[in-house]
Design a protein around this ligand. Structure first.
Ligand code: ADP
Length: 298
């Protein structure tokens, strides 16, 4: 791997920001990502965080840079600063500020909870986003909409369900999921939350703390939607301590219906996992669908 082109582009982008530019020293693999190759790029005393993928993924990195910028403008939590994106040789790349990220401790989890709640206070006229997103390697439609129930039915649950049917989810589960989606107004029909700025992929692997203990969020899949959808994902794979939820709910009071709606919001991610990884996620989706259908009396 020849890093010189990225380093030259970085040097040009850093002109005026830094007095000395050391040039390439080394690149160290960073583990923990889902879809991209990640590196700490060292240029003398400075470190940068780089993600690489195939050249056709440049729009994905450009979008990630725009989302990181949006999250940074929202204040509150620490978000890595995106620096450059581009294509060199056989790779698309994004380079951003390097942060020594560690799992959140009790105190930074509290900060993350409060910060996420503050993020959710940033609103928009409609649900959605300016362009189609990515959720891992899945696409995530974001066509602007005034109706949350329709947005969720068509662009979230329905979108993943159509793929799951193509990907061979067992027919008896598929038909129950179709019934759930066609009757989803039983759960969301009266629910028109303020369109809130969401991180969109807020599981514990995309949050942490920096070297000073400050809460950090990264790797977003932003859109404007129901704040509860972000919270629901934090609960799906666990990993957030009680201090996170106490802090979150103290800013953004918990609705009684969250208990049920969060199951529906989690189902979207479980179906996405079925579509990406297959296997038992299909059965898990089936069990969740049964609980939600029972809730509606089906
Ligand atoms: P992917 O897009 O492949 O899922 P991530 O954005 O999640 O990759 O990054 C992979 C890992 O790199 C994360 O788990 C995290 O530990 C680390 N990481 C993410 N952003 C930064 C950063 N700005 N500086 C240093 N390390 C980071």
């Amino acid at each position: 791997m020849d890093w010189n082109e990225i380093v030259a582009a970085l040097a040009a982008a850093q002109t005026g920001k830094t007095s000395e530019w050391a040039g390439f020293t080394e690149a160290i693999t960073v583990m923990g990502g889902d879809i991209n190759a990640a590196y700490e790029l060292r240029c003398g005393p400075q470190s940068f965080f780089v993600k690489l993928n195939s050249p056709d993924k440049l729009p994905m990195f450009e979008q990630e840079a725009a989302m990181l910028e949006k999250l940074r403008q929202s204040g509150g939590l620490r978000v890595p600063e995106p620096l450059i994106t581009g294509v060199m040789a056989s790779h698309a790349y994004i380079v951003m500020e390097f942060l020594a990220i560690e799992p959140a401790n009790e105190q930074s989890a509290e900060e993350l909870g409060e910060g996420l709640a503050r993020l959710h206070q940033i609103s928009n006229a409609q649900y959605g986003w300016a362009d189609t997103g990515w959720l891992g390697l899945s696409r995530q439609p974001n066509q602007p909409s005034d109706n949350w129930c329709e947005f969720w039915r068509n662009q979230r649950l329905g979108f993943q369900l159509r793929q799951a049917l193509r990907n061979g989810i067992p027919p008896h589960i598929g038909s129950r999921l179709e019934l759930l989606n066609s009757s989803v107004e039983g759960l969301l029909g009266n629910h028109q939350p303020v369109p809130a700025l969401l991180h969109g992929d807020c599981w514990h692997g995309n949050c942490g703390m920096d070297a000073t203990g400050r809460g950090v969020i990264f790797d977003p899949a932003c859109y404007f939607g129901d704040a509860e959808a972000d919270l629901a994902l934090t609960e799906l794979f666990g990993g957030f301590p009680d201090s996170f939820y106490r802090a979150y709910w103290s800013v953004q009071p918990r609705a009684a219906e969250y208990e049920v709606r969060s199951q529906l919001y989690q189902l979207y991610h479980v179906l996405n996992h079925f579509n990406l990884f297959g296997g038992l996620y299909g059965h898990r989706a089936g069990t969740m669908a049964e609980l939600l259908l029972a809730e509606m009396g089906h």
